[in-house]
Design a protein around this ligand. Structure first.
Ligand SMILES: C[S@@+](CC[C@H](N)C(=O)[O-])C[C@H]1O[C@@H](n2cnc3c(N)ncnc32)[C@H](O)[C@@H]1O
Length: 221
């Protein structure tokens, strides 16, 4: 069982994970998702969680205190804590596989202009970015990380579903086909209908390498 604890100002966003494979993984007890509302830990009557940046500049910064209290409420001081940020290491399948080894993983979602640096220095162990672009908040990035990690937790998917996926062997996946055998004049490659497993494997390997050469040559370097 792996538990994802999310420190966020928008816990309701995580209801969107309760579908399909992830929902089944939760129901079967392989994973659990625990959103924690940072606002519940605000120490003022107006439940304010942000402040103006020292030194001036646009936007608001999430204050360190409510994040720290939300974190402390989990009582998981030895667990990894990922801050989703465009300044982090760009997420990939190897990182997903590494994080899937954890029993508890805490994710911190920023909003507005981000979070006070002191909370990063105090509690964050990993900084992860979804890519070189800026989102409104860390929630969508956290959902992407949870989804990618959760499907690697034993029991969530069948092992054979993961074996030949893109990136699992360092290259992209081969093209896939299903019924009908002909669609708008485009036929399913003959070899896939042959029933010859050796030939099918060989064709798939060649196609996977060709797709990688064409779309992501950087993976072959
Ligand atoms: C508007 S962004 C803040 C951007 C920040 N001022 C900067 O320039 O780096 C608000 C929050 O969204 C999240 N976020 C934005 N882009 C992201 C990305 N590419 N990957 C992960 N999280 C991101 C972070 O949690 C961030 O604190």
């Amino acid at each position: 069982m792996m538990k994802f604890h999310v420190l966020t100002l928008f816990p309701e966003v995580f209801e969107s994970l309760n579908h399909s494979m992830i929902k089944r993984g939760i129901e079967a007890g392989h994973i659990a998702i625990n959103p924690v509302n940072i606002r519940d830990f605000a120490q003022n009557n107006r439940r304010q969680t942000d402040g103006y940046p020292y030194g001036g500049g646009a936007g608001m910064i999430i204050s360190p205190e409510p994040i720290y209290l939300a974190y402390k409420s989990l009582d998981l001081s030895h667990s990894r804590l990922v801050y989703l940020t465009p300044t982090g290491r760009v997420f990939n399948q190897d990182m997903a596989a590494e994080l899937a080894q954890e029993a508890d993983l805490i994710l911190l979602c920023g909003h507005y202009e981000g979070v006070d640096q002191r909370i990063i220095d105090e509690i964050v162990t990993d900084e992860i970015s979804l890519g070189d672009f800026v989102l409104t908040g860390g929630e969508i990035a956290a959902i992407a990380v949870i989804d990618a990690v959760a499907r690697l937790v034993p029991g969530v998917l069948k092992p054979e579903s993961l074996a030949q996926e893109s990136f699992s062997q360092g290259i992209l996946e081969y093209p896939q086909y299903t019924r009908p055998p002909e669609f708008l004049g485009r036929k399913v490659p003959e070899v896939l209908l042959s029933g010859h497993h050796g030939e099918i494997e060989k064709w798939r390997r060649e196609q996977a390498l060709e797709a990688t050469r064409r779309k992501r040559p950087d993976l072959l370097r």
